[in-house]
Design a binder for this molecule. Structure first.
Ligand code: COA
Length: 273
């Protein structure tokens, strides 16, 4: 497995753990982190893992962009400054578009780009007390490259308040805003992450990947325009080997082949055996 300077990446059966590893600066991300996250999530597209879990070592998940690095970037010639910003935007895209489901485990603080990483993931599990915030305006900047990912989760209405005030909010509020799937007491964080990864592992791997693409394909369609897209989608999907196995396993009251190997399943994995 590739070794990284700023990440710890480890395979644990079907799970790929990607841990931000700059605890001294609360996992703030500089250019190296940006490039390494891009590389790790691009590699996850084609490796043997089924679910990626993104977390942070130390006191906090992530304090967002490294402000010393931001300052350095600002001093570069305009073209290089722009290229660095685009690399950062593409890193968020690599996470959001990863072919494997991405679960983010949030503790401590997830400020600025830390909130952005949370929004780029498919499923966010956070502690109730952790602090989120689109705090960029407090620094005289805006949450630009993360804005599309945050808007997809919380909507433009909520963003109008949170981007403009830069106020912090906790995990409980983040759940209410739709940024976080579940907010739990700190002692239950790992169990909650394990529960959701179990649910993801109990689902057909190709169906999970297809679900991510389906959401992208239909999100901006009218109900009418969606019909040819969604009807073709299910017609194609229900005749795949994975779907045939899923149907047969249910009807034969056995586990589907993707669970038969004994991976820890969630509550929705076929009829059990
Ligand atoms: N960029 C660069 N360095 C950062 C950083 C960031 N985004 N966030 C924290 N650090 C550094 C601090 O400067 C400090 O360095 P030092 O030990 O050399 O003094 C170290 O990380 C620890 O930070 P500290 O503030 O002492 O830790 P804390 O646990 O009390 O507070 C935060 C953590 C995240 C609440 C606080 O550091 C913070 O508000 N960071 C800025 C977050 C932010 O505004 N991000 C948006 C970026 S666009």
């Amino acid at each position: 497995m590739t070794s990284y300077q700023t990440l710890e990446v480890a395979q644990d059966g079907p799970l790929l753990h990607v841990r931000l590893n700059r605890p001294d600066v609360r996992n703030a991300f500089n250019g190296t982190v940006v490039d390494e996250l891009h590389a790790a999530f691009t590699a996850a597209d084609t490796d043997g893992s089924r679910v990626v879990v993104l977390s942070g070592n130390g006191k906090s998940f992530s304090a967002g962009a490294d402000l010393a690095w931001m300052q350095e970037q600002a001093a570069l010639p305009p073209e290089q400054n722009q290229q660095g910003a685009e690399r950062m935007a593409r890193m968020f895209l690599a996470i959001a578009r990863c072919r494997k489901p991405v679960v983010v485990r949030v503790h401590g603080h997830a400020l600025g780009g830390g909130t952005g990483l949370t929004a780029a993931a498919d499923v966010a599990i956070a502690t109730q007390s952790c602090q989120f915030g689109l705090t960029e305006v407090k620094l005289g900047i805006v949450p630009a490259v993360i804005s599309p990912f945050v808007l997809q989760k919380i909507g433009a209405g909520r963003a109008r308040t949170l981007f403009l005030t830069g106020e912090r909010f906790d995990g409980v509020e983040a759940q209410r805003f739709g940024l976080v799937h579940r907010a739990v007491p700190e002692t239950e964080l790992d169990a909650a992450v394990q529960h959701v990864t179990g649910e993801l592992l109990s689902a057909g791997p190709a169906a999970v990947a297809s679900s991510k693409e389906l959401i992208r394909a239909v999100a901006h369609l009218t109900l009418e325009d969606a019909i040819p897209v969604t009807s073709k989608w299910i017609a194609a999907l229900r005749s795949t080997p994975e779907a045939r196995e899923g149907f047969a396993a249910f009807l034969e009251k056995r586990k589907p082949s993707w669970l038969a190997g004994g991976s820890s399943g969630g509550s929705s994995g076929g009829s059990g055996g």
